[in-house]
Design a protein around this ligand. Structure first.
Ligand code: CAA
Length: 258
């Protein structure tokens, strides 16, 4: 496997595990890291052996935000012409499932990167925040939109306007994270959950992800119609016959991803 300067990339069975690795900058997300992350995710998306992806950081920081040193002298024309941050969106457009396993700081772009994943598992040490306001800017990688959808207007507004951090317990209470796990077990638990997902039928998993995500983009009636069409389409999958057949025969299904 290729090596990267800002990431550690491993596979564990059918799980692709990406560890953000800029320890001296608390995993601040610079353009090199985002480019490397997109390259790795491209590879995992193409690899039929990968069924789920986990993105994690260090014990101290998932990521402390976009790299302030890289941004501080940027001008408006530069940021406009290079379409600064837009390449991050590719992380959110992935079709395979992605889990963020967050310990320590997930601030600014770090919180936004975690929210681009399909769900967040948090260590009890996790701290989430959008502190951009303290730097004289606002979130620029989806924070004002995704955080609001996760936790509602009042809390999102408070966090974006004050920069206050939310601890793991609060993040679980308000639905930002799906579960809180003791820090020492975080990565193993995330890989375990990812392995369970990777053992399902991959097309079914991808269609389910697409359908849940549709609920953010459309009305309830349109969303239900979309779900119904995809649900009907699933009866064309060999894996539907295998899954239901295995249940009837009281055995474990062996999905073939078709
Ligand atoms: N960018 C660049 N470098 C960063 C960084 C960032 N976002 N966050 C931390 N670092 C660097 C620090 O400069 C420091 O480097 P040096 O050792 O060379 O001085 C190193 O990481 C360790 O950081 P601290 O000494 O500050 O560690 P701490 O434990 O005292 O504090 C912290 C931790 C509270 C997370 C603090 O580092 C901090 O406030 N970081 C900035 C958080 C932030 O404002 N994030 C938002 C960025 S803007 C953004 O993300 C825009 C967007 O929406 C896309």
């Amino acid at each position: 496997m290729a090596s990267y300067e800002t990431l550690i990339v491993e596979t564990r069975g059918k799980v692709g595990l990406v560890t953000l690795n800029r320890p001296k900058a608390l995993n601040a997300l610079n353009s090199q890291l985002i480019a490397e992350l997109n390259t790795v995710l491209d590879g995992f998306e193409r690899d039929p052996g990968i069924g789920c992806i986990v993105i994690t950081g260090s014990e101290k920081a998932f990521a402390a935000g976009a790299d302030i040193m890289e941004m501080k002298d940027k001008t408006y024309p530069e940021s406009y012409l290079e379409d600064f941050i837009t390449s991050w969106d590719r992380v959110a457009q992935r079709r395979k499932p992605m889990i963020a396993a967050v310990a320590g700081f997930a601030l600014g772009g770090g919180c936004e990167l975690a929210m681009m994943c399909d769900f967040i598992l948090a260590a009890d040490t996790a701290k989430f925040g959008q502190p951009e306001i303290k730097l004289g800017v606002m979130p620029g990688a989806g924070g004002t939109q995704r955080l609001t959808r996760f936790v509602g207007k009042s809390k999102a507004m408070e966090m974006c306007l004050t920069g206050r951090m939310m601890d793991a317990a609060e993040a679980e209470r308000v639905g930002l994270v799906s579960r809180v796990i003791p820090a020492a077990e975080l990565v193993d638990e995330a890989v375990k959950v990812a392995s369970q997902i990777a053992d399902m039928s991959l097309p079914t998993v991808m269609m389910t992800k697409e359908s849940v995500n549709r609920s953010y983009e459309t009305t309830l009636a349109e969303g239900i119609r979309f779900e119904r069409r995809v649900f009907h389409a699933m009866f064309a999958l060999a894996d539907q016959k295998e899954g239901m057949g295995a249940f009837a025969e009281k055995r474990k299904p062996a999905f073939k991803n078709r």
